[in-house]
Design a protein around this ligand. Structure first.
Ligand code: ATP
Ligand code: MG
Length: 400
């Protein structure tokens, strides 16, 4: 048993001592059997939220209406969720009603894939009611029960299927696959933020290429922002993902925007449609700007300089892309730039005003920008005297 479970054993023991059942469930059990590191330990219990709160002194109501209470124990929080069933999904996403129940099997039944419904007892015994261990050994991702029904209940599960296939390198079972193709349009009912979470994980999975191909084949992309009929570009991306995966969300989404052939503004609009953070939008726009130029020809130092804080992501995405640019050389060129920011100029606006005896105004902005360009391009060294001389020459020219 991994230490994460061992540390949490006292919680199971305490719940059981109070007369209820408690198990480890979900991704952590699956990942342990796959010998993968686990992140969060989830607990399922027959105790109702109010009962859990009576047993443990320190708890937080993280999702009490769904039966989830976080138990705080020695600085770690354990999400503990009461066994529940879900009923009548009228909008293809959320159950209209959750009902707390006392039976583990009822709870496991409402979950998504067989490999996600394994439970682990405090003594290390696996409870496998749906053939999850076999599927795990055969590397198969299979919906619990009738796939069709499960995707009708919650259409996000179709995205989760392609995401888990990509992360775990599991093949999607035939019936499950067919049900995704048949029900892909239901994805239109799901909030873009939730689709985003799954798509982001997919692109970073070790079998991202396979997950992407499954996504395209089932037509899920036609229910995703600005990816309607995007299968050709996504297939090109899938080819790239065969070789290497993006390591960060920024890399994944920038690569995607580039492969879709967007200009920088369209790349920004695309990411905004997906509700990405502004920071990612800025990074992707800068990266796409440079990459589109690299596609046509080489870039000069001024263009390279413009990438600023996007440089790391840009270089990583160039490496992932089909561009044949020499990334090490670009990186060395960037590192060798005389300045990385306007603020690093060896002269500032105040000094210019004084030395040139000019009233502050638009001319100063122009002079500073000109100096910035000349320094970056290696035309003037970044030294105060030289900059002053260049500024005077430029101001003279501007006046005439
Ligand atoms: P990860 O490693 O990404 O956290 P996970 O399997 O733990 O994977 P979570 O999203 O954390 O996935 O969900 C925990 C468990 O809750 C899942 O293993 C699954 O049993 C169940 N679950 C989560 N989302 C759904 C859903 N939309 N429909 C059905 N069951 C779900
Ligand atoms: Mg989880």
């Amino acid at each position: 048993m991994p230490t994460e479970f061992r540390d949490a054993l006292p919680i199971l023991e305490t719940i059981e001592a109070a007369g209820y059942e408690a198990y480890f469930v979900g991704g952590s059990v699956r990942d342990t059997l796959l010998n993968k590191p686990i992140h969060d330990v989830d607990i399922a219990t027959s105790a109702y939220p109010e009962e859990i709160k009576k047993i443990f002194k320190r708890t937080v109501d993280t999702g009490i209406e769904h039966g989830t209470v976080m138990i705080l124990d020695h600085g770690t929080g354990y999400e503990t969720t009461t066994f529940r069933t879900e009923s009548t999904y009228t909008d293809f996403r959320r159950p209209d009603e959750v009902t707390f129940v006392r039976s583990l099997s009822e709870d496991l039944k409402r979950r998504d894939f067989t490999v996600n419904v394994l439970a682990l007892t405090k003594s290390g015994e696996i409870i496998d009611l749906f053939g999850g261990v076999d599927d795990l050994n055969n590397k198969v991702l299979r919906a619990v029960g009738k796939a069709e029904e499960r995707f009708h209940e919650d259409a996000l599960r179709m995205m989760r299927a392609v995401r888990f296939a990509a992360q775990l390198d599991f093949k999607i079972d035939e019936d499950t696959r067919a049900a995704i193709s048949d029900n892909a349009p239901l994805l239109a009912n799901i909030a873009v933020e939730r689709i985003n979470v799954e798509f982001t994980k997919l692109m970073q999975g070790s079998a991202a290429s396979y997950g992407m191909v499954e996504l395209i084949k089932s037509g899920l992309n036609n229910y995703m922002p600005m990816l309607v009929n995007g299968e050709r570009d996504l297939a090109a991306l899938a080819l790239l993902l065969q070789v290497a995966q993006p390591k960060t969300d920024n890399e994944a989404w920038t690569l995607l925007a580039f492969e879709l052939g967007f200009n920088p503004k369209a790349a920004g609009d695309f990411l905004k449609a997906w509700k990405q953070p502004n920071d990612m939008v800025q990074v992707a726009k800068a990266a796409v700007t440079l990459m589109n130029k690299l596609r046509a020809s080489d870039v000069d130092d001024w263009e390279l300089y413009q990438t600023k804080k996007a440089i790391t992501t840009t270089l990583a995405v160039i490496e992932l892309s089909e561009l044949h640019a020499d990334v090490d050389k670009l990186s060395a060129r960037y590192q060798a730039l005389p300045i990385k920011d306007k603020k690093e100029l060896a002269i500032n606006g105040g000094e210019l005003v004084k030395e040139l005896h000019l009233a502050p105004g638009p001319l100063f902005g122009k002079i500073l920008s000109h100096l910035e360009y000349q320094v970056v391009m290696g035309q003037v060294p970044n030294e105060k005297e030289m900059l002053l001389k260049a500024a005077i020459e430029y101001a003279q020219k501007e006046k005439n």
